[in-house]
Design a protein around this ligand. Structure first.
Ligand code: ZN
Length: 644
């Protein structure tokens, strides 16, 4: 017999080999009807899989949060079955659950079309209706390989061959005609999976993510517990598409990208105005927080990168070039080693620490072309980088100060902190357990000093130390990781940074790598989507358009623009021979925050009629008052004083 421990603490004996279903039946008939999975000793398992050992057990219904990932994975299997029924000869490979859904990669000569997706969805619904039982079997390895090879499923056979010898080969049947190699767990039958799913897109994906391998066809989908959840998700996606920064980037004339510069941004005047406004704001915030700004070389000799360790570990991601003199150089993939060079000039005293060094650091990193995505994933980017060189006893206060700064910047930029994650020791790591105990405790203490209780991200730390990551939420509820602070004892050691301590001894400083935005490119992508292109006045690339009602007012419009520009505003004039309503509509679509309408009357009286984005009314002000009001409103959050 084995003892199973239930969530209420009750312990009951069951025969070895009992199943979750039998256990559920012993508790209540209605529970048995709704049960779809069990959690045994913390791990999810099939309802009908024999239980060999005792321990804590939980019977889960379809509505349990843990069941959602299984529903998604099951939906991927149903997708694969539907595809193989409809398109015989298609080979299956892998199909995991992912955030919000799942995908499945197929090997097939003919590309799938969007019309195929509707057909496949219909067949998937039929498979759910068929209520096909899902059954687990363990097969001998050789038999499994031979079986899949006979079926022409070369990828499955390869997966099995690559599994470690001691891993049991579990095969999941779906009905009596279709099966897949899978570790599981799965729901008891296809009916339980439900129909709250939708296939969302097609993409190419290399087998095992390696570009030297065959290109497979990936079908993405989403699946939820209920139709209401699916509908809410699809609405969110639709909203996200409307806000897509690539689309808005074109529409608002902010930037473009082209094939000859993959992953590199051509900033247009308006996008660059936004970039420079953000950069100027960051510069002020950092200077106020006691940072000193530096600039380090873009290209450095390979011997430098050898010393820093990048040449050995990171070279495939570096852009390397050669001169006619035979020098081999590389574009910097990060700014840290350069900052240590500045720290290392001259002898540093403990009294100088902490040194907070910042750089708008332009970096280049090779990313596979398939992974590039608008501004969000690029090859050339500028980090709002910074390194704090400090003594060990300064780590906590420096980290706490940084947390406050980072949260304040995010709030100024319209993003709410969702949570801060403390990424702790990974499985593969450098340093003793004592070191990690101390370093993790320092990060935790610092967070608490800043009034934050971090969420522990077990095992997500860097190879050499823990870090804090800032997760923000945007206007449509999506989360983004922006901002990080990371402890580092390794680079100072490697690049021989030292300072003279109070007792005259030479000591290594600790380095805190930190960024608030991450990169300007990605952050601006997030800002565009967060505001849907309708930036607050201080960030808007064009803050005011002076639009004329008649051409008689064109000269006056130029005067207005000149005065507003002199007050520091970014202004354009629309003196085209078009109806004013047409102009207003067009600039509203262009998300211009303020339209200053001027006609004969305004010119005669020295006034402007201000219309604000999103409001129908207008406000008549003297040009002088408009200038004062708008320039006060256009101040960045850090420049505003009380009462404005
Ligand atoms: Zn760094």
């Amino acid at each position: 017999m084995i003892d199973l421990v239930f969530p209420d603490g009750a312990v009951r004996p069951y025969p070895v080999g009992t199943t979750g279903r039998a256990v559920a039946e012993s508790l209540s008939k209605s529970l048995a009807k709704k049960a779809v999975l069990i959690k045994l000793d913390g791990a999810l398992r099939d309802l009908d899989r024999p239980i060999e050992t005792g321990g804590p057990i939980e019977i889960l219904t379809r509505e349990a949060p843990e069941a959602l990932e299984v529903i998604r994975h099951d939906t991927a299997h149903i997708l694969a079955q539907a595809v193989q029924e409809l398109f015989p000869g298609t080979q299956v490979t892998i199909g995991p659950a992912i955030e919000d859904g799942f995908y499945y990669d197929f090997a097939r000569e003919t590309p799938f079309s969007l019309d195929d997706l509707a057909l496949i969805e219909k067949r998937m619904a039929e498979i759910v209706d068929r209520d096909e039982p899902i059954r687990r079997e363990i097969w001998p390895r050789e038999q499994a390989i031979a079986h899949f090879e006979d079926l022409g499923e070369a990828y499955k056979a390869e997966i099995i061959r690559d599994l470690p010898e001691d891993v049991p080969i579990s095969i999941y049947w779906q009905g009596s005609a279709w099966k897949d190699l899978c570790v599981g767990p799965h729901l008891p039958s296809t009916k339980h999976v439900g129909k709250a799913f939708k296939l969302t897109k097609l993409a190419g994906a290399y087998w095992r993510g390696d570009h030297r391998n065959a290109m497979l066809q990936r079908i993405y989908g989403t699946a939820w517990t209920s139709q209401a959840e699916l509908d809410a998700y699809l609405h969110r996606i639709e909203e996200a598409e409307k806000r897509d920064h690539r689309k808005l980037g074109r529409q608002l004339d902010l930037f473009h990208m082209q094939e000859e510069g993959r992953g590199m941004v051509f900033w247009h005047p308006k996008g660059w105005a936004l970039y420079r406004t953000l950069e100027a704001y960051m510069r002020r915030r950092l200077e106020a927080a006691g940072y000193v700004e530096v600039k380090t070389p873009q290209v450095l000799d390979n011997t430098f990168w050898q010393k820093s360790g990048h040449w050995d570990k990171y070279r495939p991601n570096m852009f390397v070039c050669e001169t006619v003199e035979g020098e081999v150089l590389a574009l910097k993939p990060m700014n840290c080693p350069g900052h240590v060079q500045i720290f290392n000039v001259g002898l540093r005293s403990y009294k100088e620490l902490p040194i907070r060094m910042s750089e708008s650091g332009a970096c280049h990193r090779y990313e596979p072309s398939g992974s590039l995505h608008g501004l969000m994933r690029v090859r050339a980017f500028t980090q709002d980088d910074g390194h704090i060189f400090c003594r060990e006893d300064q780590i906590e206060t420096e980290t706490a100060d940084f947390i406050r700064l980072c949260q304040s910047v995010h709030a100024d930029l319209g993003l709410k902190t969702d949570h801060i994650a403390l990424a702790t020791r990974p499985d593969v790591r450098a340093g003793s357990d004592e070191f990690w105990d101390k370093a993790e405790a320092q990060m935790l203490t610092a967070a608490r000093m800043a009034g934050v209780e971090p969420v522990i991200a077990e095992g997500d730390g860097a190879f050499y130390a823990p870090k804090l990551d800032f997760i923000v939420k945007d206007a449509i509820g999506r989360t983004w990781t922006c901002g990080t602070i990371q402890l580092d004892y390794v680079i100072p050691e490697r690049l021989d940074a030292e300072y003279i301590a109070e007792d005259g001894s030479r000591q290594r400083p600790v380095m805190l790598h930190r960024a608030i935005l991450g990169s300007y490119e990605r952050f601006i992508g997030i800002l565009i989507e967060n505001f849907g292109g309708a930036f607050p006045l201080w960030l808007a690339p064009v803050q005011v358009v002076v639009a004329t009602i008649t051409s008689d007012a064109n000269d006056y419009a130029e005067t207005v623009a000149k005065q507003l520009r002199a007050a520091g505003l970014r202004v354009e004039v629309d003196g085209r021979n078009e109806k004013i309503n047409y102009k207003v509509r067009e600039h509203s679509l262009g998300k211009i925050p303020v339209i200053a309408v001027v006609g004969r009357n305004e010119a005669a009286e020295g006034t402007v009629a201000l219309r604000r984005l999103g409001s129908d009314g207008q406000e008549i002000l003297s040009l002088e008052d408009a200038k004062i009001a708008l320039s006060a409103e256009a101040l960045a959050p850090d420049q505003r004083t009380c009462g404005v």
